[in-house]
Design a protein. Sequence first.
Length: 170
Amino acid sequence: MFSKQLLDAMNEQMKNEFLSAYLYLAMAGYFEAEDLPGIANWMRVQALEELTHGEKFFHFICDANGRTDLRAIDAPQNDYDSPLDCFVYSLKHENFVTDSINKLMDLARQDNNHAAQIFLQWFVTEQVEEEASFGLIVKKLQRIGDDGNGLLRLDEELALRTFVPPAAGA
Ligand code: FEO
């Protein structure tokens, strides 16, 4: 059973995951407009992953007899100064998500809610991966600078990412 405060924070995090999907889809649109379909593909796959993160919260809240509360999502930023500017923005967003997951874990600990702590553990680990993958692309883009060929090579590399749906019950 959730405390009122923990349930509110769980619902807020569910919103943040769906908000992330919306943001990354907006970024995919930016890369499509920049004629970088490979990077757009990477962002679309990321958006799909974020939807599965939001769904994980939805199912956990329901399974633990909490009441889901789907909240309004603000319009995301659609335009960026450059691919690097876009990925720096996305890395900052992931830093924000990590911070909110960590606060949620602190709250679950305070409440002695063991089930919520075990559920959140997956997200704590996932955020390490998320920050690493966004951070690596930021570093690559910094190295690429104004090298158009380097950007096209990165576009080809990121075109290879595919969406792998989570296993049933995962
Ligand atoms: Fe689900 Fe990228 O945070």
